[in-house]
Design a protein around this ligand. Structure first.
Ligand SMILES: Nc1ncnc2c1ncn2[C@@H]1O[C@H](COP(=O)(O)OP(=O)(O)O)[C@@H](O)[C@H]1O
Ligand SMILES: [Mg+2]
Length: 272
């Protein structure tokens, strides 16, 4: 019952080595998917493939079990439903001011000006950037630009929101605000996929994890995958501190109902 999937996907850029090799990934509606892998493992490539902005060299992108045709009409619909937010906001932002940036997508959807204004106001409110709406984009801080880039995608009310390293470069308060915002979007029916190097975040946030290593993808329930020290070491990743601590306390790491928040992990380990 996956809603968005890659089936047998391989990707190479020109004649370079294969970045993804025969990869299967399933994004199940309502389940949080975290994508992990060392630098250059292919996280961005995989997200771009899911979003329809990169056509795989081989294999299929499936939406509700139907292969994406990559014809113009199908692609337009796909890119509306599946919004990708790039890691670097400066690769995404192109408008002079914040209001123009967020209204660009909804305007292209053909909404009337009042509906666009309402959509922009609602999105800005959700992301806590209402006071930035009249500001020039180039006057904003990095964290603010990141939020505006996210707002541009959120304003499209996508079924799937793909975030490439959304917390990279954010301070702890910025990360917490982002997670709170994602929770609200999930409440409204959006399914979120994110890539990250922050293993503690993956532990806390993800339901399912896809690990990329040497072109191959391994997916599992987050507790199972994050408990597998050998798998993570091979992929040049650290095991999250939460898994190490539970292990040291003699508690199961891979339980489906693993403690997730910092407080719950500490309480479980200290009061067992
Ligand atoms: N547009 C591109 N042209 C050529 N090579 C690319 C391009 N984008 C990515 N690559 C290469 O593909 C590999 C995977 O990159 P990427 O998907 O960005 O990995 P990650 O996001 O995990 O760091 C890297 O070796 C990178 O150099
Ligand atoms: Mg990347």
């Amino acid at each position: 019952m996956s809603a968005l999937a890659l089936h047998g996907v391989s990707v190479r850029y020109g004649r370079d080595a294969w970045v993804l090799r025969d990869v299967d990934v399933e994004v199940v509606a309502g389940r949080r998917l975290a994508l992990i892998g060392a630098n250059g493992a292919g996280k961005t490539t995989l997200l771009r493939t899911l979003s329809g902005s990169l056509r795989p060299t081989a294999g299929e992108v499936l939406v509700d079990e139907t292969p994406l045709s990559f014809k113009r009409t199908a692609l337009t619909a796909h890119r509306r439903a599946v919004q990708l937010v790039l890691q670097d906001p400066d690769d995404q932002l192109f408008s002079a001011d914040v209001h123009a940036e967020i209204s660009y997508g909804p305007t292209n959807l053909g909404l009337d000006p009042d509906a666009v204004r309402a959509r922009v106001a609602e999105t800005a409110e959700l992301l806590g950037i209402t006071e930035l709406l009249t500001r020039p984009v180039h006057h904003l801080s990095y964290g603010q630009r990141k939020r505006v880039a996210l707002a541009g995608a959120v304003a499209m009310q996508p079924r799937f929101l793909l975030l490439d390293e959304p917390t990279a470069g954010l301070d702890p308060a910025g990360c917490a605000a982002l997670l709170a915002c994602l929770k609200r979007l999930e409440g409204a029916g959006t399914t979120v996929v994110l890539s990250t190097h922050d293993m503690a975040l993956v532990w806390e946030w993800a339901d399912t994890v896809t690990l990329l290593d040497a072109g191959r993808a391994v997916s599992d329930d987050a507790g199972n995958l994050l408990g597998d020290a050998d798998l993570l070491r091979h992929a040049q990743l650290d095991r999250p501190w939460q898994a190490d601590l539970l292990d040291a306390a003699g508690l199961p790491v891979s339980a489906a109902d693993r403690p997730r928040s910092r407080a719950d992990v500490l309480a479980a380990a200290l009061h067992r």
